[in-house]
Ligand binder design. Structure first.
Ligand code: ATR
Length: 277
């Protein structure tokens, strides 16, 4: 009998991760003999966990907060997205070497491809926030040909560091610039936790009535599915895309690496995850 393929998601803490639900759903619907488990590792324990993956029978797994940058440093090779972003969320073995990839940019673009086809015909984007998720999204926007990417952040220095990293076409602004940038941006993305359930009362206060009617607004927050920011956009008559699809699509390449089958993001999967929220 073939050995069961094992994969994991690790982070600290890890109990809120929805990845086991997603991969568990695909293992079941594809009828595969595999396992996908959440494993909590502290920052101190993480390097030893990674160096003993093969001994422990893992084909690979996902890495989440706070290990994404450490994982990048521990990998022997990287995919192009991980190189550009400087962080790894997916590990697998190829010809005996530990590879690190970053699938967040893919997940972001695939979600918009699914729900807002043609989104990448725009050339200007406004990205709110300058954390880890924002880096992946700026990489996705650059890869899809956006020539003007404006990063707005509470802490200007962080946005500036990102703009310097990504080079021409990417610029940094303080929060006060956001309103003026609304009118010229074909895509507006929230990457901050503002509007997330349990994250306090502060919300994104932007007047979206000044946006061009063809503007697409998306949020990486998916609890609630329609964030106050997406509601503002919908009320302004704009096309909105929620963040759940990014979570589902970013899981696809990892599953294919470990289990050898490219899984599908279906309405059934979406319903399965929503039922748990
Ligand atoms: P992630 O990896 O999920 O992107 P992160 O690296 O902690 O998370 O980044 C969170 C982003 O949300 C940052 O841009 C942060 O702004 P700062 O760089 O100024 O900290 C932004 N953010 C978090 N809370 C915020 C708030 N209350 N108002 C405005 N921006 C906020």
């Amino acid at each position: 009998m073939a050995e069961t393929i094992r994969a994991f998601v690790t982070g600290f803490p890890i109990k809120h991760s929805r990845s086991p639900l997603i991969h568990g759903f695909w293992l079941k619907t594809d009828g595969l003999e595999g396992s996908y488990m959440a494993v909590e590792t502290t920052p101190e324990a993480f390097p030893a966990f990674v160096s003993s993956l093969q001994e422990n029978g893992y084909a690979g797994g996902n890495v989440t907060i706070p290990h994404k940058e450490t994982a990048f440093a521990l990998c022997e090779a990287h995919d192009g997205a991980a190189e550009a972003i400087g962080a790894v969320n997916t590990l697998w073995f190829e010809r005996g070497r530990l590879y690190g990839g970053n699938t967040d940019a893919f997940g972001f673009a695939a979600n918009l491809d699914e729900y807002a086809g043609g989104w990448d015909n725009a050339d200007t984007a406004l990205v709110l926030g300058a954390g880890g998720a924002s880096r992946a999204i700026v990489h996705a926007l650059k890869s899809r040909g956006f020539s003007h990417i404006h990063i707005v952040n509470r802490t200007l220095a962080r946005a500036q560091a990102m703009a310097d990293h990504f080079g021409p076409g990417v610029s940094a602004h303080g929060w006060s610039a956001a309103q003026d940038l609304v009118g010229t941006s074909g895509v507006i993305v929230n990457t901050t936790p503002l509007g997330m359930e349990g994250h306090g009362k502060s919300e994104l206060a932007l007047d979206l009535s000044k946006a061009d009617p063809s503007t697409i607004v998306t949020d990486i927050v998916y609890t609630p599915l329609e964030t106050p920011f997406l509601k503002l956009a919908r009320d302004a008559g704009l096309k909105t895309v929620d963040g759940l699809g990014m979570l589902l699509h970013q899981a696809v390449p990892g599953f294919e690496h470990w289990f050898g089958v490219r899984p599908e993001v279906t309405g059934e999967l979406r319903a399965h995850i929503l039922a748990d929220m």
